[in-house]
Write a protein that binds this ligand. Sequence first.
Ligand code: GLY
Length: 361
Amino acid sequence: MRQTLKVQISEKEREYNIEISDSPIEKLKQQIDEATKNQKRLFVISKRVYELYYCYFNFSQDEILILKDGEKEKNFKNYLKIMKRAEELGLTRGDVMIALGGGVIGDITGFASSTYMRGIDFIQVPTTLLSMVDSSVGGKTAIDFAGAKNILGSFYQPKTVFININFLKSLDRRQFLSGMGEVIKYAFIEENCGYKHALFLFEFLTLGCEKIMQKEPLTLIRMIEYCLNLKISVVNQDEKEGGLRKVLNFGHTLGHALEGVTNYKKYTHGEAVVYGMYFILKWAYEKQYINYSYYRLSTELLGKYGFKPLSKKYPVSKLIELMKKDKKAESDKITFIVPCDKKKVKEIKLLPQEAEYMFGG
Ligand code: GLY
């Protein structure tokens, strides 16, 4: 089954396709070869994907650069490695970089392609659930710098995104669930996204949990398609996060702080976002933004996938310090995306002392 979604950012010239398929992985080579005809290519491949799947691709060793996985790798040193390799290969304006891996590989390769010669073509081949439903689409690219996440970056749309769900077969349970954290996020914000009709993602995830966890191909394709339709709808309205796009950060204010306070070692991104969502759902219920019935359904949905609220405590002052540094923070206020109705959220801005109070500090 092959599904093609179109992303159109403001002008027609900036339209690109996202292909979602369950065809054998070896078909990807053909798809990529066709999409990059007559171009010089630099493949940036995650070590894990290289070890498991390289035999299916056999791209020339000259055109590949292997990077390790993990947030720590999204750094300036690896960015320079990509640039050096692109320069050695003699890549010019008409050429292309291809990211084959999870969110880290996609983000760093995207940033490199947006800055090399002021921007060359970029193709995303996401191989984790998280990168398929979120980071490979929408054009956010970045590296971490001076202890701050995604602080050097650009908005730079890919030329094409090839999603092949067969990569998910080898993804371990923890990483798969990390992606499910972002998937469930979309269920909580569906009403904000302005998609042309209701997708009922909340209900789909509640009823389809078993099939999803068994990685049933058609269910996964449908789930990814739902998430991307919602994301594309948001990005089409607000590419540069001037307003609406912020809803995609539901659960992320605390999530990013938890990743930071544990030096990106303890939680996956999705786990941290799930803790952030649990926290803000509870707060919203206590403040009567949402009623008990929706609060219960929401926590039950998270619970179905085996998630639990965070039990470990971290110093509130340290969390607030990290939230202040987050690039989503504006002047002296911290932004939270808060549930305010069924499948709907809104933005609130708090002073650090108000946020401290929110966390019981
Ligand atoms: N991951 C959130 C966004 O793309 O805006």
